[in-house]
Design a protein around this ligand. Structure first.
Ligand SMILES: Nc1ncnc2c1ncn2[C@@H]1O[C@H](COP(=O)(O)OP(=O)(O)OP(=O)(O)O)[C@@H](O)[C@H]1O
Ligand SMILES: [Mg+2]
Length: 242
């Protein structure tokens, strides 16, 4: 359970989050959507404990957030892979830095690569991979740490339409298979409706509206007319004057 109470984040004079409050139930998914510059990434970094709010508090499972938390995994917009390390080493690296032993690391990296269908790429460098493959490695690197809270920033924004849907399906499956809370930031309406049980529409550092998405969880949702009705509803809120 995540409880955000009245947080304010400022960059100099500019208020990026303005007395924002929010609660997200454990083991649910939540998509945050809004125009460029409305504060989505700032909210995600604040939930990750990287940005400290000027005022207000965040509680995760009843504990006040005070810096980076061990169980939180963060996947960034530009993948954040180390270009000189192979796929295998990129995943192993984050485990090493958390103090896992060599055979534990080998075990976890191999399981992760298998679950992402990336075994044959283990010796490749990030520069030799497609955007979708890079994103899978970035997801794998975070999943290997077995987070209970996964934060994702624009997970598929750099990808073409088909790869985007593959990555979204992969994220849905990961959510279904592991007991995690997922908070993802996007400016793509269909992605928000496909992956968000709750869809949070942000505007200018504030929450404008929260929609509950009754159709969440169906992998064939994109073939269902109801899916597009929810998309239209989200679009309406995005266009609505504040
Ligand atoms: N490091 C920073 N220093 C100063 N201002 C910043 C910084 N990071 C973000 N901002 C400002 O804070 C506001 C919110 O930025 P944020 O990155 O959270 O938006 P966003 O919703 O993620 O946008 P996008 O969809 O373009 O990624 C913007 O007006 C931005 O210019
Ligand atoms: Mg952003």
């Amino acid at each position: 359970m995540i409880e955000v109470k009245n947080i304010e984040v400022c960059y100099g004079e500019e208020k990026a989050l303005d007395k924002l409050s929010l609660s997200i139930d454990k083991n649910t998914t939540c998509a945050v959507i809004g125009a460029s510059g409305c504060g989505k990434t700032t909210l995600l970094y604040t939930l990750a404990g990287i940005i400290k709010p000027a005022s207000g508090n965040i509680f995760i499972d009843g504990e006040e957030l005070n810096g980076i938390r061990k169980g939180t995994g963060l996947i960034l917009q530009d993948y954040g892979l180390l270009p000189w390390k192979t796929v295998w080493d990129n995943i192993a690296f984050s485990l090493k830095s958390r103090g896992f032993k060599k055979d534990e690391i080998d075990d976890k990296v191999s399981t992760t690569l298998k679950s992402l269908g990336m075994e044959e790429y283990s010796e490749k460098l990030p520069g030799e991979l497609s955007g979708g493959q890079k994103q899978r490695v970035a997801i794998g690197r975070t999943l290997a740490l077995e987070p209970d809270l996964l934060l994702m920033d624009e997970a598929s924004s750099a990808l073409d339409a088909i790869t985007k849907e593959h990555i979204q399906n992969l994220i849905l499956n990961i959510y279904k298979e592991s007991q995690i809370t997922l908070v993802m930031v996007t400016h793509n309406i269909e992605e928000a409706v496909f992956l968000g049980q709750k869809i949070i529409v942000m505007d200018d550092g504030k929450i404008k509206h929260i929609l509950d998405n009754p159709y969440f969880g169906d992998e064939n949702l994109r073939n269902n007319l109801d899916f597009y009705k929810v998309c239209l509803e989200v679009r309406k809120w995005l266009n609505e004057e504040a």
